[in-house]
Design a protein around this ligand. Structure first.
Ligand SMILES: [Zn+2]
Length: 237
């Protein structure tokens, strides 16, 4: 059986080259073996002081304060006993015990769909002022967060006539969502976004009469009513 498999006390008893013992270990071991006390003076020369048998067998070991006592690590290094596993491996060994202890561990699940803006619903997908209003309006405070409703890719982020500062996000299924009238844009074209990621700040740019988010959903380039589309995804305006 290799020393590494032996119990610590058994490994310590296997005799290997004493020549590699650190001085403090060697002297302490010698002191215990011969009923003496090892003392290392400052110049490093060792002397042995006789102590009584009772003192030698007692648990009290007098250590020269000028010499560091041999640590468990010294013994481990001496006899090739492996040290504690790296953190990653240790964590992997701990995890199964934790999951056994708690059979239903809590799961952190990122939301799939998120309301795009805060505030009141002020206008829907309908004919308005002689033209089609192709999205919904949510009026929140100026500067409030505008969030991607789902994961996707920013296909446009910039100024567009009527829309003002707009972000267009293509979702994973190809549906394109518009976020318009922003005061600030926080993403750029080509950027990947997650559901709920803040992509802009609410504003009043473009054709707008007050701070609000204009939100659109387009499938194949054609705008659809966002209200039922959002409701199917658990977002109720
Ligand atoms: Zn609008």
């Amino acid at each position: 059986m290799p020393p590494s498999r032996l119990p610590r006390h058994a490994a310590a008893e296997t005799s290997r080259s004493r020549a590699v013992l650190p001085p403090a270990v060697l002297l302490t071991s010698a002191a215990l073996a011969f009923g003496g006390l090892a003392v290392l003076p400052a110049d490093g020369a060792a002397t042995t002081v006789k102590v009584t048998a009772a003192a030698a067998t007692s648990s009290t070991l007098v250590q020269d304060p000028r010499v560091a006592a041999p640590s468990q690590k010294d013994f481990d290094a001496l006899y090739g006993i492996p040290q504690a596993q790296p953190a990653k491996v240790a964590a992997a060994r701990v995890a199964p015990r934790a999951s056994r202890a708690k059979r239903t561990p809590p799961k952190v699940v990122a939301p799939l769909w998120v309301r795009p803006g805060v505030g009141h619903f002020t206008s829907g997908y309908k004919w308005r002022w002689g033209r089609m209003h192709t999205g919904i309006d949510l009026a929140g405070p100026y500067g409030s967060p505008i969030r991607a409703v789902g994961a996707g890719t920013v296909i446009e982020a910039g100024m567009e006539s009527g829309y003002g500062y707009i972000v267009k996000v293509e979702l994973l299924d190809g549906t394109v969502t518009y976020y318009a009238h922003n005061s600030r844009l926080l993403v750029s074209a080509g950027e990947q976004v997650t559901a709920g990621q803040v992509i802009a700040r609410e504003g009043n740019t473009g054709h707008s009469t007050g701070p609000h988010l204009h939100f659109e959903v387009r499938i194949g380039g054609t705008p659809i009513n966002p209200i039922p589309w959002l409701a199917k995804r658990g977002i109720f305006i």
